[in-house]
Design a protein around this ligand. Structure first.
Ligand code: MOS
Length: 775
């Protein structure tokens, strides 16, 4: 019997979604029951691996002196490029790297030759029966390297700049209008260069892999990764296995910020070491190795030129970026994307230059491109406001983009005006003295600053499975990861609503490649993709139950047309007469079903009001512009900041903070608030303290530790106010969720710099704004 699909307009209404549910994994985490990738210590015969790294940034390995290291009791192996098991393919070959998929971010794998390309590059793996013995032996291992003079960065006089033709750095937004001419003819012309320090992701949990060959052709890796499927794909190609022969597990992740979005050398090396040993191997990066093992936000300069009318209306924006890449990749975050579309501006042009240096490949770091790009555009818009004598908030409204300026498409939704208005109200923006250097508290200079942010809603795609049991509980599965941000919790809420069950009766399983595959937890895609796929998988369950009910003579729904039936609160009922219907469990029990399984693919495209449309929506081709039914999809937000500056010491303290975000449906306001606070704090860190310094001669990081690389601590952070605009987006995905992992950090460093300008009249364009730059 052919059935009409029954996709009612039934976004979960039961009310669990949108509630500030406490983390369902919270207890496991605070009691230590949560098992991280380095905690699979019960594996039989587990041994410990330590990376020995190069002291020089460039050179050639001429030999190893292993004699002392070998004598350490418990040492089992010293693995170098000379004796490491060969891989089927390495990312060193660009075609092979491509076959590995997006997780194979770095086009060079250590221990594949005698070449040293960057400081702290792994040159050997020491394996021992305990961690301490492996560390001791690694310290005794002597590596002979014939050094060459390294290039430290694009600022190095030896560096050669080039315009990339391929790689991420070549992916620039298209020009529009004649930006050069429009700038040259503009009554107001502003030009400024912005420096961004190297930033390092510092998740609490460093990179960690436990590799276990369960059979000669079957590998399980417990890996600190944001991307289960990406890791599986990249590893399987490297090892010459099919994807199903590589199982990737990650049940708990201690943060990531983008550095766990790719497969880095230590994961591959752990798998190779385990193969060589014939035993499970655990490999954890030390904190210093974390600074040299999983990418970073690249050192970069941006020059922004802005042409405007004398009233402050934009006429032209020209963005140039120069940054450092590795000897073998052409990666740069695309700062110009946000310059392209944040404001209505008829003419735009972007260029990017790279220089190769002896550093490892830089990578995605929270809002790659948008975070540093917003520093440039939102600082210069502030300058424009002062120049034409209007309020900084007003200059932004004057140039408000009602459509996406880069494509001319309408926004799927945009609540930036509401963010500005509500943020200004919460902050008390009206109390701001329009002149700089006027507000004081004792000897401290007080400044108010604000900035806007936007981040794209990337088109993700992913699968989920829902198994509903007749006894009233459900198991929900997707190979997602939870960075600590709340994926476990918000997906539990989604499933609870979709199945009409209490959250306690839902178990959401994630973090295993044996579960239905889904998107990387990156690019702010996880919440929208996974919630949509789970919601649609629940609909699959309803449809199956509908078929059972209408054919069951004992059901009140017997003989009803499936399209006349809706699901609500764990019941199937007639749309026209909701009293007529019955619970899922009754239907299942009469049919002697212990359980019923549904599955679905969640993707982006039209479909908030009609979930069927979401299922069938044509996605833009992979790599194309993120787009839903002809709409440009973005989240927006506004940040407001008060700083106090000590004019004698040059110290800057953030005293108050307000962020208001339009991020689509907010699945859980409690975890969402934490997300926004976390991103804003990271942005304050980038503004005031975070920065790695690479020695210009040695190309080594001089401050690769948390003692020397300063991140915000509690004392640096004031009370923060976070609000969300109630935003219903009918186009993006089945749940109307935009994702908020990254919008939080966009505009934050500019808000701080703008507040400093307001306090002092000094425009600081080099991050981080440390006291030495203030004086
Ligand atoms: Mo993120 S930088 O997309 O993990």
């Amino acid at each position: 019997m052919e059935m009409e699909p029954n996709f009612a307009d039934t976004n979960p209404k039961a009310g669990v979604v949108g509630q500030p549910l406490s983390r369902v994994d919270g207890r496991a985490k605070v009691t230590g029951a949560a098992k991280y990738s380095a905690e699979y210590n019960q594996l039989p015969g587990l041994v410990h691996a330590v990376l020995k790294t190069s002291d020089v940034a460039r050179g050639r390995i001429t030999g190893f002196d292993v004699s002392a290291a070998r004598q350490v009791p418990g040492v089992l192996a010293i693995i170098t490029h000379e004796n490491i098991p060969k891989l089927a393919k390495t990312p060193n070959n660009p075609q092979d790297q491509q076959a590995m998929g997006p997780g194979a971010h770095m086009g060079f794998l250590p221990l594949t030759s005698d070449q040293v390309h960057y400081a702290a590059q792994p040159v050997a793996i020491v394996v021992a029966d305990t961690l301490e013995r492996a560390q001791h032996a690694a310290a005794l291992l002597r590596v002979q390297i014939s050094p060459e003079t390294p290039v430290a960065s694009f600022r190095d006089p030896k560096a050669e700049e080039f315009k990339p033709k391929e790689g991420r750095a070549a992916q620039l937004p298209k020009p529009r209008g004649n930006a050069q001419a429009a700038f040259a003819g503009a009554p107001i012309q502003l030009t400024a260069t912005y420096e961004h320090a190297i930033n390092h992701h510092n998740p609490m949990e460093p990179g960690a892999t436990t590799a276990h060959w369960e059979a000669p052709d079957r590998l399980t890796v417990y890996d600190a990764t944001q991307g289960i499927v990406w890791t599986q794909q990249a590893l399987s190609v490297m090892l010459g296995l099919s994807a199903d022969q590589v199982r990737v597990v990650n049940k708990f992740l201690g943060g990531g910020f983008g550095c766990k979005g790719s497969v880095w050398p230590h994961t591959v090396l752990a798998a190779q070491a385990a193969r060589a040993m014939g035993r499970p191997v655990k490999l954890v990066l030390t904190r210093p190795q974390q600074f040299t093992g999983m990418g970073h936000r690249e050192d970069q300069d941006q020059t922004l030129r802005l042409g405007a009318t004398s009233e402050g209306k934009l006429l032209a924006l020209l963005h140039e970026k120069t940054s450092t890449t590795s000897p073998w990749d052409a990666y740069a975050e695309t700062n110009s994307k946000i310059v392209d579309l944040l404001y209505a501006c008829p003419a735009f042009e972007a260029t990017a230059k790279l220089a190769k240096a002896n550093v490892m490949t830089s990578t995605f770091m929270r809002a790659p491109g948008e975070a540093p790009g917003s520093f440039a555009i939102e600082s210069l818009m502030d300058d424009l406001a002062y120049r034409v004598g209007v309020d900084p908030l007003q200059i932004r409204l004057l140039n408000y983009a009602d459509r996406d300026p880069s494509t001319g498409k309408p926004w799927s939704s945009k609540s930036l005006k509401e963010c500005y208005a509500r943020g200004a109200e919460l902050f008390g923006w009206a109390k701001r003295n329009p002149k700089n250097g006027q507000m004081r508290q004792g000897k401290l200079l007080v400044g108010y600053g604000m900035a806007s942010g936007t981040y794209p809603v990337h088109s993700g795609q992913g699968n989920a499975r829902v198994r509903l049991y007749a006894d009233g509980h459900a198991v929900v599965q997707a190979a997602a990861t939870d960075l600590g941000t709340g994926t476990y919790t918000v997906i539990t809420q989604t499933a609870a609503d979709a199945l009409g069950l209490a959250p306690e009766n839902i178990r959401f399983e994630l973090g295993d490649s044996q579960l239905p595959s889904t998107i990387v937890s990156g690019g702010s895609m996880a919440a929208g993709t996974v919630s949509s796929s789970v919601y649609l998988a629940a609909q699959d369950v309803w449809q199956k139950l509908t078929k059972v009910a209408v054919m069951d003579k004992k059901s009140p729904l017997f003989g009803a047309k499936p399209t006349d039936i809706e699901a609500n609160g764990g019941r199937l009922q007639l749309k026209a007469n909701p009293a007529k219907g019955e619970g899922f469990a009754e239907i299942m029990k009469r049919a002697m079903m212990t359980d019923l399984e549904g599955s679905a693919t969640g993707r982006y495209g039209a479909g908030y009001e009609s979930a069927q449309a979401a299922l069938n929506a044509k996605q833009d081709a992979a790599g194309g512009k993120d787009d839903a039914a002809g709409h440009s999809m973005h989240s927006f937000g506004a940040h407001f900041c008060e700083v106090h500056v000590d004019p004698d010491l040059g110290t800057v303290r953030v005293k108050r903070w307000v962020s208001v975000i339009g991020g689509g449906r907010i699945l859980n306001p409690k975890t969402a608030r934490s997300q926004i606070m976390g991103g804003a704090i990271m942005g304050i860190g980038a503004a005031l303290m975070e920065g790695t310094v690479r020695d210009p001669h040695l190309a080594r990081y001089t401050n690769a530790s948390l003692a020397d690389y300063h991140v915000c601590v509690n004392a640096d952070i004031p009370e923060m106010t976070v609000e969300f605009v109630d935003e219903k987006d009918p186009y993006i995905n089945a749940m109307g969720v935009k994702g908020i992992g990254e919008i939080s950090i966009v505009g934050t460093s500019a808000a701080v710099a703008n507040a400093i300008y307001h306090a002092t009249g000094r425009r600081l364009r080099s991050l981080p704004i440390t006291p030495d730059k203030m004086l």
